[in-house]
Design a protein around this ligand. Structure first.
Ligand code: ADP
Ligand code: ADP
Ligand code: ZN
Length: 210
């Protein structure tokens, strides 16, 4: 595969995590999700986790420098390539990233606000293995355990309607400018997040293997 330094960009709920799991399974890239890393820090009640938790529960971004310090070593250690999921989210993060890594392609998954709200209010995640589900299409009514590992399914603290609205506003203000930033660098590819996840995945395969 020619492209091994890959960024997934898109609003909350666009399907970044869902696609990321399939991409890294197929290509052996290191999956680096800043959201997952932060939730692990929160669960372990580290200093970083305690600081990050307040920002995350409001749907605000965790300060740039904390995120950059958290992710940099992991990117540099990913010898077989990396898939960045949820990073960068601000121009300052993108500029920092550009100073320590090259980026081959940015997969920009677009999704409008109303669909984001629908998807995130019905998202459920496995506590055991992190598998991502949705009440509207792959969970039977009343199902509370993971089909893959039997773990308990839960709703993220930030997947509540008022927090989701704030996250989308922040996406538009702070993260959407990265679309033009990466377009100017000639590495942006845009996908329609409204399509089914199999369709999105097959388009990603075409881009990554081209
Ligand atoms: P993100 O990582 O961008 O926040 P997720 O991958 O967690 O997004 O997906 C958000 C929700 O939408 C989850 O409940 C997931 O099951 C669902 N989802 C993901 N991709 C699609 C799709 N293509 N069509 C419909 N629902 C999807
Ligand atoms: P989603 O893709 O569903 O919006 P994530 O799991 O990527 O959610 O992020 C959850 C929260 O973690 C964000 O709302 C934010 O508070 C924090 N976070 C994750 N990545 C970053 C980042 N790159 N910069 C700042 N904050 C981040
Ligand atoms: Zn599971």
């Amino acid at each position: 595969m020619a492209r091994t330094h890959v960024v997934l960009l898109g609003p909350p709920g666009a399907g970044k995590g869902t696609q990321a799991k399939q991409i890294v399974d197929k290509y052996g890239l290191t999956h680096l999700s800043t959201g997952d890393i932060l939730r692990d820090e929160v669960a372990r009640a580290t200093d970083l986790g305690k600081t990050a938790k307040e920002f995350m529960n409001r749907g605000d971004l965790v300060p740039d420098q904390l995120i950059i310090d958290m992710i940099r070593g992991r990117i540099e250690a990913a010898d077989a390539g990396f898939l960045l999921d949820g990073f960068p989210r601000t121009t300052a993060q993108a500029e920092a990233l550009g100073r320590f890594a090259t980026i081959d392609v940015v997969l920009n998954i677009g999704l409008a606000r109303d669909e984001v709200v629908r998807r995130l209010t019905s998202r459920r995640v496995c506590k055991g293995c992190g598998e991502i589900y949705n009440l509207t299409f792959n969970l039977a009514e009343g199902e509370t355990t993971c089909a893959k590992c039997g773990g308990e399914l839960y709703q993220r603290d930030d997947d509540k309607t008022d927090v989701i609205a704030n996250r989308y506003d922040i996406y538009e203000r702070s993260t959407a400018p990265l679309i033009d930033y990466y377009k100017r660098q000639g590495v942006l590819r845009t996908l329609d997040g409204l399509a089914g996840s199999e369709k999105v995945f097959s388009e990603i395969i075409d881009i990554l293997t081209a």
